[in-house]
Design a protein around this ligand. Structure first.
Ligand code: HEM
Length: 197
């Protein structure tokens, strides 16, 4: 590790993040081809795209489950960190600048929503797929849920990309997700309650 740096994310945490990001982008692009008439018209084989999107989704969920199994206790500890919300987190959300742990309150909310949306994308996607063949699985609101999730997660993604790539105070965090480590001074300023190993 570079001098003056501390380790922020383990290899398996980074693997989970990038597997999630790659699958999400793939499904976003193939989903938008199905959703937007202008793109659908450019791609004549709708059925092929439907199959690619569906099996891509199944592969995404399978790959995420594989990484979670690989991560075992390490990822369970990360989930507990993300799931612990204290008074400082509430103050931070109210803009009072309270000290934060390894994850700030915004990152905790983003992670919990991302996990919940992944499950809901999977359930609604499976219902859409099986509903094509069997009317017992067909519900009027399934497509509304699937599309709604796409809109909300797209809005979260734009905010996430802005903070990770553009905002001067936070873009250093990208180094933690690519190389694993961050500058110790930056960590102390942004995550004052975090005690790196
Ligand atoms: C968990 C995995 C997923 C599965 C199994 C899945 C499955 C499906 C299926 C079966 C359809 C219907 C295709 C059709 O009949 O036209 C569909 C549509 C769609 N999916 Fe997914 N999907 C998943 C994740 C995602 C994600 C992550 C996104 C976007 C970020 C997304 C965006 C869309 C969009 C925009 C449509 C078009 C809906 C419409 O035509 O109104 N999907 N998906």
């Amino acid at each position: 590790m570079k001098a003056g740096h501390v380790r922020r994310f383990s290899p398996v945490e980074r693997l989970l993040h990038w597997v999630n990001a790659a699958g999400f982008f793939f499904l976003l692009v193939t989903g938008l081809i199905l959703y937007l008439p202008s793109l659908s018209m450019l791609v004549s084989r709708r059925q092929t795209i439907q199959g690619i999107h569906f099996w891509g989704g199944v592969g995404w969920l399978g790959a995420l489950a594989g990484v979670v199994l690989l991560g075992g206790r390490r990822l369970l500890a990360t989930a507990r960190e993300l799931d612990s919300f204290d008074g400082d987190d509430l103050s931070w959300l109210r803009g009072r600048g309270a000290p934060q742990g390894r994850f700030n309150a915004g990152q905790k909310i983003n992670a919990v929503l991302t996990a919940a949306f992944t499950i809901l994308f999977g359930v609604s996607g499976l219902l859409l797929w099986f509903g094509e063949e069997d009317t017992r699985y067909r519900f009027a609101s399934t497509v509304i849920l699937h599309d709604g999730l796409m809109y909300v997660s797209l809005a979260l993604l734009v905010g996430h990309l802005y903070l990770a790539l553009i905002h001067p105070a936070t873009r250093h965090a990208l180094r933690g997700m690519t190389l694993g480590s961050v500058d110790a001074g930056w960590a102390a300023r942004h995550h004052a309650k975090w005690r790196p190993d």
